[in-house]
Every structure is written in structure tokens, then in C-alpha cells.
Design a protein around this ligand. Structure first.
Ligand SMILES: Nc1ncnc2c1ncn2[C@@H]1O[C@H](COP(=O)(O)OP(=O)(O)O)[C@@H](O)[C@H]1O
Ligand SMILES: [Mg+2]
Length: 444
């Protein structure tokens, strides 16, 4: 039986997608009136000003203050979202095979999953789509974003505090404690929640399947907390509980997130989140384009896919800027020149997220026409998270290496995340020599 006719999460996804496309069409109807007060302010503020003085929307092809222009801008920003994960399957590009695999591992094999890959590759977006699909299939889904100081006790109490007591097999829906809206958290004693406390509460969950999503797991500084989570996963698996974990983090492999835990390797599957193929990148742009009402010429799509090198973050950023450039020029179709202009804008925008030192070091290398090694390292970082080729690192100038990289956990990393997309964009002329993304595959 293929996934298409299989009942469960995946079949809902297919139906939802069909619905989603219709929904997207409906949303094209122009609307959004500017509030009256804004119009008045604009008219007043223009009086007496030099016409060349910058103003919002001054480069608009559509008339300044035009409600349609404001509406189009708003729609573009909702359709291309470089600064937010995608949380809606209508805007989620590609990764169909990966989604099928995830659904099958969760639904058929009841495994726990770890999604790993570089920052900006799309782990959170993927998790949100998995959450959406699971929700549709009546899973109980709980999402937690971890931080440096995440403790086991707070994490478990946070999850338990959202689940009604009704889902615990020892409680009857008519009992007072259930009717009063208590949660599983009320079952913990006052002290620190231990792994065995968490196990004994979660192993009694029933009534549906539970999916606990833990994002940004790489940020958890305490190795003790990671071990506690691993132990909890092992306990819940051994007891055949209805709980499954999906964990996401920046890493090049599973053991980078869960070390010294061979005992749970049987229950935990690591899934690398790769770069998008060129086709998937084009799909990403087309989804945003059809939602926002702009079009991209074929050449514009090609250039955008080449420059973003399968990194959805860069693709979103370039697509947003390119369509803003086109819109300001009064055009509905984004052409190759708009993407070229977007390259400069996107480069500048990412540059602002870097420290002055890092930006200066990279720009100085660019002036010296010396970006090839940095580009190779940025590509490697986007493919394998934190594994950089030593031979290439060894060729770098000593100050460049000291300013842009740091050593942690015995590995060399880019010290600032934004260096990776910045280098890729600054060196975008060098893409002729790179292998097309469709042909590059990660080692498994
Ligand atoms: N499959 C996808 N389709 C469309 N946009 C995506 C996709 N995956 C990621 N993105 C976009 O890429 C950027 C980074 O995604 P995110 O999920 O936050 O990555 P990560 O969690 O790995 O850092 C966001 O702007 C998001 O909107
Ligand atoms: Mg994320």
C-alpha cells in the first residue's frame, strides 16, 4: 500500500494540501484599507519636503499611500518568511520523501526521532509540519523550545502542565480533580522531578498517541539533562508507552546530540535534514509567489536557486527582497535583475547580523579575491553542521581563522552563525565552480 491511499497522518496531509491550494487562491482577493489616520499623517508629512528625501514606499511603482501597494507589501512579507520557520504546510516546500519517512517511523514503527542539521536548514519548519500532520491525525502534540539553561525538572513540568489529567489512565473523566481542569503536573511531588517520576506519569498516558517535540536541543548545556532525556526515552520505549519524542538540534550526527547512550540507539533514529535540491528551492519560491500574487521568471528562479545553494533561509531572504524590488518598480513579475538587486540587499541585511570584526574580515578577503576557501568551509558547514575540512582550515590566514572560527568540543566551528549565509552570498559569483545541489548528497 502506498502512502497515498494509506489512512493516518499522511493521507490527511494529502487531503489538506489539496484544500490548502484552494485556500491560497481565495486569499488573493485584494483588500486591506490603510487606517484613515495613517493616510492623513503621510499627506501632512510630505508638505514642504524635498521630493528626493527618502520616505517609506518612495520607490513604489504603485502610488505611494496606495492601499493596494500596502496590501501587496504585507502579503509578500507573509509569503516569504526568512526570519520565521514555516508553520503551514501550504508554504512548506519539498521534503516529501523525508516527511513520508518520518510519518512511517512515527506511525508504523513507534520510534523516537532526532532531526539534525545546520542552522537555517529547516528543522523547526519540518517539526512544525510534522506537528500539524500529527494534530490532524488526533495526536496530542506538545512543542518545547530548549535553551542553554533548560533543566529536566522544568522541561517535564512544562510538558505535563499542558496535558489534562483526563489522559492519565488512573483518572475517570467524572472525577472532581479532572473536572477542575487539573493537569498531569499535579501528580508530581514538590521536589525535583526525576527520570523515574516522569516515567511513571508518562507511561500511564492513554486515549491517544502523544508527540513531544523538543527543538533547539543542541542549546541544552547540561549533559546531565541530555542523559536524563535519553533515559526517559529508553524507559518509555521499554514500557511500550504512547509517548514519542521528536528532537531537533544543530549537529552533524546523532551522537553529537546524544553521546554515551548506546542503550537507546535501538529506540532512537537520527534523521539528517539536508539542503533542499534546486527543484525544491524553486518550489519554495513558487509557493510564496503564488500566495503573494507575484510571479518569477524562469531565469530569476534559476539564479535564486543557484545562489541559495539549497539553504531555505537564503532562498526565503532572496525571494522576499527580489519581489520587493519588483513591486517597488511597479512589476508583477520578478526577473533576473530583481534577483541580482536582491543579492546585494540580502548580503547587506545578513551583514548587519554579524559583528563588525567578522564582517570586515570577510569583506577584506573578498577584496583580495580570496574567498574560495571560506566558501568551501561555508558550504561544508551548511552540509555537515559542525564538521569542517581541516585541510581547508589549515590554508586560512591565521587572523582570518582566529576571527571567524572557534573551537568547541574538539571541533572547529564558525564563531558566528550568520557568517555562513554571508560568505555564501558575498561569494555568490563563485558558484559556477560549485557542484549543483541536486548532485551533492550527504554521506549517511
Ligand atoms: N521546506 C521549507 N519550505 C519553505 N521554507 C522553508 C522550508 N524549510 C525552511 N524554510 C525557511 O528557512 C528558514 C529557516 O528555517 P528553520 O525551520 O527556522 O530552520 P532551522 O530550525 O533548521 O534553523 C525559515 O525562513 C523558513 O521559513
Ligand atoms: Mg530551528
Amino acid at each position: 500500500m502506498s502512502y497515498n491511499d494509506k489512512p493516518g497522518i499522511w493521507s490527511k496531509f494529502r487531503r489538506k494540501n489539496a484544500k490548502g491550494e484552494r485556500g491560497a487562491e481565495r486569499e488573493h482577493a485584494p483588500h486591506v484599507e490603510l487606517p484613515h489616520s495613517v493616510k492623513v499623517t503621510r499627506q501632512r508629512s510630505r508638505i514642504g519636503r524635498d521630493p528626493s528625501f527618502p520616505s517609506f514606499s518612495s520607490k513604489a511603482g504603485l502610488k505611494q499611500g496606495d492601499a493596494q501597494f500596502a496590501s501587496a507589501m504585507k502579503r509578500l512579507r507573509q509569503s516569504f518568511t526568512p526570519s520565521h520557520p514555516v508553520s503551514n504546510s501550504r508554504l512548506f516546500a519539498g521534503r516529501r520523501a523525508l516527511l513520508e519517512k518520518i510519518v512511517s517511523l512515527l506511525e508504523d514503527q513507534h520510534l523516537h526521532l532526532v532531526l539534525y542539521g545546520d542552522r537555517g536548514i529547516g528543522k523547526t519548519s519540518l517539526m512544525r509540519i510534522v506537528a500539524e500532520l500529527a494534530n490532524d491525525a488526533d495526536y496530542y502534540v506538545s512543542y518545547t523550545s530548549c535553551g542553554k539553561d533548560t533543566r529536566f525538572d522544568a522541561l517535564i513540568r512544562g510538558i505535563a502542565g499542558r496535558i489534562p489529567l483526563l489522559f492519565h489512565r488512573d483518572f475517570d473523566p467524572t472525577e472532581n480533580v479532572v473536572e477542575e481542569g487539573n493537569t498531569l503536573e499535579s501528580l508530581f511531588h514538590a521536589g525535583e522531578v526525576s527520570v523515574s517520576d516522569a516515567t511513571s506519569v508518562f507511561e500511564n498516558l492513554h486515549g491517544t498517541q502523544f508527540l513531544f517535540l523538543l527543538d533547539e536541543f543542541d542549546r541544552v548545556a547540561s549533559s546531565e539533562v541530555r542523559e536524563q532525556i535519553a533515559e526517559l526515552i529508553k524507559n518509555l520505549s521499554d514500557r511500550g508507552a504512547t509517548v514519542q519524542f521528536v528532537i531537533a538540534g544543530v549537529a552533524s550526527n546523532l551522537t553529537a546530540l546524544f553521546s554515551h547512550i548506546p542503550s537507546i540507539r535501538r529506540n532512537l533514529i537520527g534523521i539528517p535534514v539536508d539542503r533542499l535540491s534546486d527543484r525544491e528551492t524553486r518550489n519554495l519560491v513558487e509557493l510564496g509567489a503564488s500566495r503573494s500574487g507575484v510571479k518569477f521568471s524562469n531565469k530569476a528562479l534559476d539564479l535564486l536557486a543557484t545562489w541559495s545553494r539549497g539553504l531555505p533561509y537564503i532562498a526565503q531572504l532572496l525571494a522576499l527582497h527580489a519581489s520587493l524590488v519588483a513591486l517597488r518598480g511597479g512589476k508583477q513579475t520578478v526577473d533576473i535583475r530583481d534577483v541580482e538587486a536582491a543579492g546585494d540587499e540580502a548580503e547587506e541585511e545578513i551583514g548587519l547580523r554579524l559583528s563588525d570584526t567578522a564582517r570586515r574580515v570577510i569583506q577584506a578577503e573578498q577584496k583580495k579575491n580570496n574567498l574560495a576557501d571560506l566558501r568551501t568551509l561555508a558550504i561544508a558547514a551548511s552540509e555537515h553542521a559542525d564538521v569542517l575540512p581541516e585541510a581547508v582550515l589549515g590554508r586560512l590566514d591565521r587572523t582570518v581563522r582566529a576571527e571567524l572560527f572557534k573551537v568547541a568540543g574538539g571541533r572547529t566551528h564558525f564563531a558566528e552563525e550568520a557568517s555562513i549565509p554571508f560568505i555564501l552570498l558575498v561569494s555568490r559569483g563563485g558558484d559556477d565552480k560549485d557542484e549543483p545541489v541536486d548532485r551533492v548528497r550527504l554521506p549517511r
